[in-house]
Design a protein. Structure first.
Length: 365
């Protein structure tokens, strides 16, 4: 009987040990599975689209509802000049969302994906817990309805943009360039270009962008290229802009009396307006292939002058008590980037670099 009890206890203990092992195995597997799911799955709490800002115009005359649709009539309204916004909010979103404004000849797609089909900056930061709002500015992409007519040309110009965006001096790619060189990726890149559908000026873009921030609340404004100039003015106009991340802006907003020759950001603004830019952290990134000296390539000289203006602008901002940083990636040992830093082959490395800046500035909460 004693032997039976001893064997029973021994078997029970072994059974408990086996059960513990199973629990541990399931727990470990669950942790691994969870980590894998975090890497492969993205939980979206809310997504949608809306228009922001814009104007309404009305034609003279009287509208007759009995006439055919294809008979031109007066007395009608037209809604246009708004921004079109697509947004996604992850579960447990961070305090500040990110609002992305594209550059010249682009739409929000330049933030959504890359020429070779990888995840764009929007998804990368969505995975980091930020809500993202992707903009098509007035007269571009899904915001194509305008109130001032323009002219859309069909002039071939792919090679101009290949060169201007510093992928290379066509037909040659820059040595070590962080851009996919296969024909499919290049084809996709060219097909990301999209025209202005109307004659839209900068104040119209700024008004629409300000309306976006009225809707989203406090956030971090991302701009690219030509989106930089209206981006500065959006931050001046709307206090909901709590930081700016500018990818290769082409122009800058200076205070009156301090605008350098060659600046592409328009006339200076009153000092009291400019000082609003000194109240928020700003970081500006530039890629590679920007020469230190004048060259025989007009596209490279263009960016050389822009970078010089950027450095001068940051000095002015900081002299007035601001927090503006210019990051020229080759100076950090990061080489090969084009004008499209956010979608180059090393875009995740750039995103991680930016994430460190966001953390330093307390924008990752």
């Amino acid at each position: 009987m004693e032997n039976i009890n001893r064997n029973y206890k021994k078997g029970a203990i072994q059974g408990i040990d086996f059960f513990i092992l199973i629990v541990l195995a399931v727990t470990i597997a669950s942790c691994v599975s969870t980590k894998q799911n975090q890497n492969s799955h993205l939980i979206i709490k809310e997504q949608g689209a809306f228009s922001a800002g814009g104007t309404v115009v009305k034609s003279e005359g009287t509208f007759d509802a009995l006439k055919p649709w294809n008979v031109q009539q007066g007395g009608q309204t037209r809604h246009g000049d708004h921004a079109d916004v697509f947004y996604q909010l992850p579960a447990n979103s961070k305090r500040y969302s990110m609002v992305f404004l594209h550059g010249y000849g682009q739409s929000r797609r330049s933030w959504q994906t890359t020429a070779d089909g990888r995840e764009g900056f929007a998804n990368i930061f969505l995975r980091k817990g930020y809500g993202v709002y992707l903009i098509d500015q007035p007269g571009r992409g899904d915001a194509g309805q305008t109130t001032k007519p323009g002219q859309i040309t069909a002039t071939p110009d792919d090679q101009t943009w290949f060169t201007q965006f510093r992928i290379g001096l066509y037909p040659n790619f820059n040595e070590g360039v962080q851009f996919p060189k296969d024909s499919t990726s290049l084809d996709q890149f060219y097909r990301m270009m999209t025209p202005n559908t109307g004659n839209v000026d900068e104040p119209t873009i700024v008004n629409a962008m300000s309306a976006v921030f009225d809707k989203t609340g406090d956030g971090i404004l991302f701009t690219h290229s030509a989106g930089g100039s209206p981006g500065w003015k959006t931050a001046i106009k709307n206090d909901h802009v709590k930081a700016i991340v500018a990818i290769e802006p082409g122009g800058f907003t200076f205070p009156e009396g301090e605008v350098p020759e060659g600046n592409r950001g328009g006339a200076g603004v009153p000092l009291n307006e400019f000082l609003k830019l000194t109240k928020i952290p700003i970081v500006v990134y530039y890629g590679d292939y920007i020469p230190k000296e004048e060259t025989n390539a007009a596209s490279l000289n263009f960016w050389r002058n822009v970078l010089a203006t950027a450095r001068q602008w940051a000095k002015v901002v900081n002299a007035h008590g601001g927090d503006a940083t210019i990051v020229h990636l080759p100076e950090l040992g990061i080489k090969g980037n084009t004008h499209f830093i956010m979608s180059d082959l090393n875009s995740k490395e750039i995103a991680d670099l930016l994430a460190k800046w966001l953390k330093e500035k307390g924008l990752d909460k």
